[in-house]
Ligand binder design. Structure first.
Ligand code: F0G
Length: 467
């Protein structure tokens, strides 16, 4: 047959790069039912049963769908206590992607943080980062050290459209080292992408810049690598010189500037559980392994079953697949674009794993002490069965002395599980959010009626304020 005279077809639609072979039904409820369910849950979405949620965007952590290859690996796993072949597969994947010599598997990211910071941090130390995630900060503080955030100013402005809002302020880093002395800084961290700052990426130039400063002062440099693949995609699409590079090459270069990383495999490991600490120093690895045996398990499984290690070994590569990453990042910006077109204020530009709604601007009539982001998040559940999470004054407002201080921002985070929802789910989401926005004048504040002393957002009970 002759070559076709047809011109190649170019599409603007970025389709899901998979087909669905196993389905999990989601349950529809009426608004009347949801009113009752939310009231029973103390108006706290954390206390809802997952079966009563239609689209669950509470977190992208451990909630994604695994591939047939990952499931096949799980069946083939080696559950030996010592020297499991599944460990060596994971070790080989981690070494290939990160270049780090030692792998210390753990049951999830915070367990790697626990081992790492318990080993290296001391009373009075300072540990700089762009923005520490909550668990990272908590482990640093638990070790008696201070977690210091040095993100660039643009990273704190919801409307700034800087392409790498997760970057660290290099001048502030130098100043910090001069002020406190390199002896009091056991490690410099950087979180990619910067979850607590809106899932914003860090540029290769910035990673390299931090690395050079760390080397000059002889301070180890570690990456909080949970969303390393999403970060690699932003570098590919936004930073000069990387357009033609493969995501895996970009990831390899990112890690080449660091001495180690902590990782939650529940994100870009594409698994439901798992994590690791990976590093180059023989001495530090041996110290960390001693603690790993105490708190996690024997060094060739850490906190993971053999089948978990198989799932992660394959998942790390799947997260770097360009077709997957194109779809992944587009599904977030697709929702962001729809909301922006409808005039709804969100953190701009959209990050890698979530859309963050700016409830301070959406609900100016609700003061921070009456929790506007909490109110808008609950409205999304009532109207459409959607569960997001408040990142605002309920989460951060309670001070150690018991007083209440408004959080810097009032955000609703809608985090997307990986490979879970399709474009029509996202279209529906946009409709629900737009409907809640149009009815925003009807929304009122909340008060807390029962709450624990720490991490109150997980279990507090609230009530709508009658006005
Ligand atoms: N670092 C970052 C940047 C994270 O986002 C998380 C978890 C961790 C470390 C801890 O990992 O959960 O496996 O122990 N973030 C989840 C979230 C909980 O919803 O953003 P973990």
């Amino acid at each position: 047959m002759e070559n076709s005279s047809l011109s190649p077809f170019k599409t603007d639609t970025i389709i899901e790069p998979f087909r669905i072979r196993s389905v999990e039904p989601i349950r529809f409820t009426t608004m009347e039912e949801r009113e009752k369910l939310l009231k029973e849950a103390g108006y706290n979405p954390f206390l809802l049963k997952a079966k009563d949620v239609l689209i669950d965007l509470l977190t992208d952590s451990g909630t994604g769908a695994m591939s047939s290859k990952q499931w096949a690996g799980m069946i083939e796993s080696d559950e030996s206590y010592a020297g499991s072949s599944s460990f060596y597969k994971l070790e080989s994947a981690v070494q290939d992607i990160t270049g780090f010599k030692h792998l210390i598997p753990t049951h999830q990211g915070r367990a790697a943080e626990n081992i790492f910071f318990t080993t290296i941090a001391n009373e009075g130390d300072i540990i700089p980062s762009n923005t520490h995630f909550d668990t990272t900060r908590a482990h640093i503080e638990h070790a008696g050290a201070e977690a210091r955030d040095l993100v660039i100013n643009e990273g704190k402005q919801p409307q700034s459209d800087h392409p790498f809002k997760g970057n660290m302020d290099l001048e502030k880093l130098e100043e910090t080292i001069q002020a406190v002395g390199s002896d009091n800084i056991p490690v410099i961290m950087i979180t990619v992408t910067n979850n607590s700052g809106g899932g914003q990426p860090v540029s290769m130039a910035n990673i390299k810049g931090v690395s050079e400063i760390a080397q000059k002062h002889d301070i180890p440099f570690f990456i909080d690598a949970c969303r390393f693949a999403e970060n690699a995609w932003f570098i590919k699409t936004r930073e000069e010189d990387f357009t033609d590079k493969k995501p895996i090459e970009i990831a390899q270069e990112m890690f080449s500037y660091a001495d180690g990383c902590t990782m939650s495999a529940k994100k870009d490991g594409m698994a439901n559980i798992g994590g690791f600490l990976a590093l180059n120093s023989d001495e530090l690895a041996s110290e960390c392994r001693n603690l790993e045996i105490l708190t996690e398990g024997f060094p060739t499984y850490g906190g993971m079953a053999g089948y978990d290690m198989e799932a992660v070994a394959r998942g790390l590569y799947e997260a770097l697949d360009p077709d997957y990453l194109r779809y992944r990042i587009r599904s977030i910006s697709y929702l962001g674009d729809k909301l922006t077109d409808a005039g709804i204020p969100i953190v701009q530009p959209t990050g890698g794993h979530a859309v963050y709604l700016d409830a301070k601007q959406i609900l100016p009539h609700i003061p921070p002490t009456e929790y506007p982001a909490w109110s808008f998040n609950n409205a999304l559940y009532l109207l459409g069965g959607i569960r997001g999470v408040e990142i605002g004054t309920v989460m951060f407002g309670k001070q150690p002395d018991g007083s209440e201080k408004p959080a810097a921002m009032e955000l609703v985070r809608l985090a997307f599980p990986r490979r879970m929802y399709t474009q029509s789910h996202v279209d529906y989401l946009a409709e629900v959010i737009i409907s809640a926005y149009k009815q925003r004048q009807k929304l009122g504040g909340y008060k807390i009626v029962e709450s624990p002393d720490v991490l109150r957002h997980f279990s507090a009970r609230l009530e709508p304020i009658d006005k």
